[in-house]
Design a binder for this molecule. Sequence first.
Ligand SMILES: [Zn+2]
Length: 289
Amino acid sequence: MKKLFVLMLLLVGCGDGALSVDYTEVENVDPLFEDRPVLALHEVRIPSVDGEIVEATAIESHDGIFLEGDILIEPEHLVETQEGDLQTRTNELAALHTNLWPNRVVPYVIASSARHRRADIEAAINVWNNKTNLRIRKKRASDTHFVRFEKVASGCSANIGRQAKVTKVYIANNCDRGAIRHEIGHAIGLWHTQSRTDRSKYVKINWDNIKSGNAYNFKTYKGQGFGPYSRNVGSYQYGSLMHYSSYAFSRNGKPTIVKRGKTGSARLIKPSRKLTDGDAARVNKLYPK
Ligand SMILES: [Zn+2]
């Protein structure tokens, strides 16, 4: 992986082989999907429960490998196949899929790079602590697993659920409190709402408006082979903190994902980035008292 990464950097240095993402023409740009430089696209092979190999597409950027815009995959969870593809190391996204935090306790640290965002980070944490059964609290010396908030140059992103040691939440300068709340949602184990396997009952995808090469971001978790890990917990809510906005990955300023059965502005999904009662209920089902 390291070799691959260096190779990609060289390609960029030569001005060749690099794809660029330009979201500047998109209305309502969401910091969750903003201009993260794309160094490479990877087909990630994910064995599913029924033995089928499913391919998802991930982007490689300066600060990691990402699925669905802001879901950060740790390189140690991937292996390079002889054909040069990436494959998840273990079956059925075991390493990538949600690892819940034991005893509902989520220790965290704020890296020195992100200390200037302490007030925003703590405000976002307080929302989760006040509305759910979780206890997100400062790391103690005895905590072996924890969330670390770090500053990055662009984009807001996070791992899904508890990782081997450090679960990262990356925060660029334009990631506001709502975006930080969203990323904490990933860190505690939530995937994106619009990727639920039952989403087609609620939303319609306008494939023609999706930026070239980005259709993979709109697959359902069934389509991505996540099977029983899709976590279709609770009711489907358009206002969910974990839902894409209607303009996510738009190539032309037109909506990419809209409410089914609605027209005009009523069809648009504009996540408030607030933690809804539905989100809280979802989390409390994952973390019962
Ligand atoms: Zn997200």
